[in-house]
Design a protein around this ligand. Structure first.
Ligand code: PMT
Length: 449
């Protein structure tokens, strides 16, 4: 790598004069210069890790918004992280930034026109669609989101997107009222349903003068998300049975007892497992979330229904992750009519529900069991107790008393404890990131080095 850095200036000097830098040529020049200067051990490292061919390829669509300037920095960060970037700009994006800026930073010609013969012969829109390991649109305006949700392909970006089979990450950026518009929200839901990844905009001061949600996240955050989505499929062969959300225990035909679980943690686990190549059965209590594309969803209400679904699926899975907030109690006698309002105090008798995870732990049969522990005190000690008593391989302990973490939040701060005693305390992070950390720990536990 040192040698690479030392000679990158020389490589650029040789290739800079070309209008459209041909990567094949650049690589050949790199190889010759490298062979001239590298030591044998460096050649080995270089060959196994840094070939241009095995560098992941990003197609970045830039649409017209003031946040375009952040896309410039994003390209710089991606290239620095050894990713190959091809940029497509819409007509409106050209009003904010010149293609030359992106071309200089990416080292590749920028595509802007569908019917430009020179561009088509140099790049080729189908070639561009096929080449992507990940397709990113950042910033994504309300207009482009509306077009892709409606299947409109009327410019180069939307046409290439229509033709790609790569995973897609969309990073919306716009005025807060546009972002909150139900039409836009419905379009985003539609994209999520078909498996697009949406990076939520950040909150703060907006260029239009308003404050609120709508800012394109910082380029570092987008780059991190891109790297996360490019992870290799290291969970191939796993069949995860994941539970999510709350239960509803009925009192009468119109009332029930429940809890504040939104299902976000379980759904994030399902998304991450699918992305990393696993099969997923998602047993979910009632939530307002769209099921991740690719998961087999089994919807349940009560803890008894959740138990029945989990036990039915258990034999076919390789691992279970119980992120659901299972109701510990149910109403002993459910009224078959709506309970009448009266002046007297009403007493409701509750009886315990079975502990689903404990039952699985008593019949492990080679399955891997991961539990969650929602704690408000003595986090580690209580989680360790659950790990032992339920015969788990791992437990993810979250302090649900902490603000901005746990129930109904987009983030979670957790401590992972495994059966070997290894403990990892993680800072507050998005539930998507935490899901990846849980799978990393799971894989390390399964195949210790
Ligand atoms: O859904 P979100 O809004 O994203 O919130 C996420 C979460 C806080 C619900 C999640 O991170 C979490 O902590 N889930 C587990 C909540 C819980 O029920 O914890 P517990 O400590 O009571 O249970 C321990 C484990 O046993 C859990 O894996 C639970 O699913 C399981 N359990 C509990 C009771 C029961 N009767 N049967 C079970 O299988």
């Amino acid at each position: 790598m040192t040698v690479l850095a030392k000679h990158s200036a020389a490589i650029n000097a040789v290739t800079k004069s070309r209008d459209a830098v041909d990567l094949g040529t650049k690589w050949a020049v790199t190889g010759i210069l490298f062979a001239m200067f590298a030591r044998p051990n460096e050649i080995r490292y270089f060959c196994s890790v840094t070939t241009v061919e095995n560098q992941p390829k990003i197609v970045l669509g830039v649409t017209g918004g003031i946040a375009c300037y952040k896309a410039v920095e994003l390209v710089r960060l991606l290239v620095k992280a050894s990713l190959r970037v091809r940029v497509i700009m819409t007509k409106s994006a050209l009003e904010f930034v010149t293609p030359l800026t992106f071309q200089t930073l990416s080292g590749n010609p920028v595509a802007t026109e569908t019917f430009d013969l020179t561009q088509e012969s140099q790049i080729g829109h189908i070639n561009l669609a096929d080449s992507a390991d990940l397709f990113v649109i950042a910033p994504a305006t309300a207009n482009v989101i509306g077009k892709i949700a409606s299947g409109i392909a009327d410019d180069l970006l939307t046409t290439v997107l229509m033709a790609t089979r790569a995973p897609v990450l969309v990073a919306p950026a716009m005025n807060i009222h546009m972002y909150e518009n139900p039409i836009l929200q419905e379009n985003l839901r539609k994209l999520r349903r078909i498996g697009y990844h949406i990076l939520e905009p950040a909150e703060g001061y907006l260029a239009c003068g308003y404050e609120g949600q709508g800012r394109l996240p910082d380029p570092e955050k987008i780059a991190e998300e891109i790297k996360r989505l490019l992870r290799k499929k290291d969970l191939c062969g796993e069949k995860f049975l994941i539970t999510a959300g709350p239960n509803r225990e009925p009192l009468d035909p119109v009332r029930y007892i429940s809890n504040r679980s939104s299902g976000k943690m379980g759904y994030a686990l399902a998304r991450a497992a699918l992305r990393r190549g696993a099969e997923v059965v998602l047993v979910s209590g009632p939530t307002a979330l769209d099921p991740p594309g690719g998961a087999r969803l089994i919807s349940v209400l009560t803890a008894a229904e959740m138990r029945a679904a989990v036990l039915k699926e258990y034999a076919q899975c390789t691992a279970v992750i119980m992120a659901a907030a299972v109701s510990d109690y149910r109403v002993a006698t459910i009224s078959d009519r709506k309970m009448k309002r009266g002046k007297d105090t009403v007493e409701v008798r509750l009886e315990p529900n079975p502990d689903i995870l404990k039952e699985l732990g008593q019949n492990k049969n080679g399955k891997w069991l991961v539990g969650f522990a929602a704690e408000t005190e003595e986090l580690t000690a209580n989680a360790q107790k659950k790990l032992r008593e339920k015969n788990l391989d791992m437990v993810v302990a979250n302090n649900v008393a902490e603000t901005g973490s746990g129930f109904d939040s987009d983030n979670n701060a957790a401590t992972i404890i495994d059966r070997t005693g290894k403990t990892r305390s993680l800072p507050l992070m998005s539930k998507d990131e935490l899901a990846d950390q849980i799978y990393d720990h799971f894989l390390a536990l399964k195949s210790p080095r």
